[in-house]
Design a protein around this ligand. Sequence first.
Ligand code: HEM
Length: 326
Amino acid sequence: MATSKLIFILIQGIVLLSVLDFANAQGLKVGFYAKSCPKAEAIVKKVIAQTMAVAPSLAGPLLRMHFHDCFVRGCEGSVLLNSSTNQAEKDAPPNLSLRGYGVIDRVKSALEKACPGVVSCSDIVAIVARDVVVADMGGHWDVETGRRDGNVSSMTDALLNLPSPRSNITILKSSFAQKGLSAKDLVVLSGSHTIGTSHCSSFNNRLYNFTGNGDTDPTLDNNYIARLKMKCKPNDQTTLAEMDPGSFKTFDVSYYTLVAKRRGLFQSDAALLDDSETNTYVTNHATPKGKASFLKDFGVSMVKMGRIGVLTGNAGEIRRVCSKIN
Ligand code: HEM
């Protein structure tokens, strides 16, 4: 009896150790800066509140920045790096519409003043993404921190890893699966398109030349096509269209209402209707009743996305200036 009890305790110990080991391997935790820079998150929050008061349209690009950081070499701040030869991630076409680098720099300067060399640029991007969602009346989630910054940034990596708005559901699911994200994460995170704007050029093919014959995308609602055509003329590269007209500054479920009505702006939004799991999610969240569940799911999926390819422990560096390696 005594032996079997001992074995039981030993097994329990081994299980506990392996769970702890997994947590350490991940290396991220909520409140990573609690001792080294206790005011870190409060400082980010303050700069973002100031920014949102004067430039609320930066919420969309700042949320998108975390996605574009994580999908290319992991969440390690490489999207922020400059290249003297214009070959960095930020020079890749999908990133040319990213904005808000100056905001990240302002947050970083404030943090460097308070705790020099402590808070990574990649963590700043992750916390900022949460704070802009909160500013747009979305939900709050605890952001895991402890990422360190990478020192490689390549335009080719960005082109290879960022999904195109013309992707179908098979490509989208496989692009997310390659990053360890599920079909549910795909449909939940696509809900980000409830805020922000898009250049007409990201979807004009659906209005004017879908198959090369001057036709429209048959999966896009006809009345919506007519409305979008008033906003976006053929070959328009500069005009911005609200992705969720009427509530593009509010983090709500109206993205799903639109997608369910065949009014998703991109083919990648419409594609969510082509898979039974993502279709069910869209349908179930297409009314205001779905908001609480969406916001909860969104926090969970953002934490998951924030773990992609992170550098922790002694890997990488804490950049002093987010656009330059030390
Ligand atoms: C599922 C695959 C996705 C595709 C193909 C996609 C594609 C795009 C495109 C083409 C734009 C418009 C860019 C422009 O023309 O200015 C855009 C905007 C945006 N995306 Fe996505 N996206 C995807 C997923 C995500 C995810 C996972 C997030 C965040 C977690 C996100 C957040 C945003 C936001 C907030 C905007 C608005 C940006 C602004 O206001 O400037 N997207 N996306």
